[in-house]
Design a binder for this molecule. Structure first.
Ligand code: ADP
Ligand code: ADP
Length: 226
């Protein structure tokens, strides 16, 4: 059973059709990449899956069940977490404080600290819980974003162009984390406009252009100029 299945999703902005009749699915533990140029409709699709944009048409199925996703709260309840391209962190607060803000009210600070320690160790997302965001590199900030997402124990993790701010070393570390999550059954949707970088990560790639799915390919089997 697919973790998530989208069926015939359409979203218009005035006369622009940002997503046209998009259907796709991601299995448990699958790393699905979504490839497309600027303006192809990737962000719109991600926002639809995360509930921050509501489609004009289409259906969602989660673990085989028809569901409604009409707000980020709906998505979170299902176990969908999002790592945004432009980090949503408060620069003058610490890692711990930022993570706490993203969690349900009443989360215990002591328990949180323990969980941050465990999860960051387990997933190779080392970061000092008491560091102030302003003092962190982009790679470290992304680790905080991912940690924050993982503390909600997601079944599906969406990453929107996660590599644009990363050094090659940080990129390698990110891929390692994602492969580990995948091996534990977490589904991943990885948005990018670079074919090259998903070759090492994903066997299933959904190519979108002009708001439509134009191909489903294995990135390991195609070359840059196809
Ligand atoms: P991508 O993420 O692949 O760059 P987007 O989903 O951001 O693509 O955009 C797809 C199309 O929809 C573009 O033509 C874009 O200008 C348009 N679009 C996206 N969001 C809005 C919006 N909020 N209002 C109007 N047009 C939008
Ligand atoms: P990205 O594609 O990386 O998310 P964009 O610069 O395409 O960044 O879009 C930034 C924001 O503006 C997004 O929320 C997008 O939905 C919105 N947007 C994109 N195109 C338009 C547009 N033509 N009119 C209004 N809003 C838009």
């Amino acid at each position: 059973t697919p973790r998530l299945r989208l069926q015939n999703i359409t979203k218009r902005y005035g006369s622009t059709i940002a997503n046209r009749d998009i259907s796709l699915e991601v299995m448990p533990g699958e790393i699905l990449s979504v490839l497309g140029e600027n303006g192809a409709g990737k962000s719109t699709l991600m926002k639809i899956i995360f509930g921050s944009v509501v489609p004009d048409q289409g259906q969602f199925f989660f673990n085989g069940k028809r569901v409604n996703i009409s707000s980020p709260a709906d998505a979170r309840k299902l176990g969908i977490a999002m790592v945004f391209q432009h980090f949503v962190l408060f620069d003058t607060l610490t890692v711990k404080e930022n993570i706490l803000l993203g969690l349900p009210e009443g989360t215990s600070l002591a328990k949180l600290e323990k969980e941050i320690k465990e999860k960051s160790k387990h997933y190779g997302l080392e970061v000092d819980p008491n560091a102030v965001i302003n003092d962190l590199s982009m790679g470290e900030r992304q680790r905080v974003e991912i940690l924050r997402a993982l503390l909600t124990n997601p079944q599906l993790l969406i990453l929107d162009e996660p590599t644009s701010v990363l050094s090659p070393l940080a990129l390698k570390a990110l891929f390692k984390t994602l492969r580990q999550l995948s091996s534990e059954g977490v589904s991943i949707i990885f948005i990018t406009h670079k074919l090259n970088e998903i070759r090492a990560l994903s066997k299933n790639c959904c190519v979108i252009r002009g708001g439509q799915v134009v191909a489903n390919v294995n990135p390991q089997e195609i070359s840059e100029d196809d």
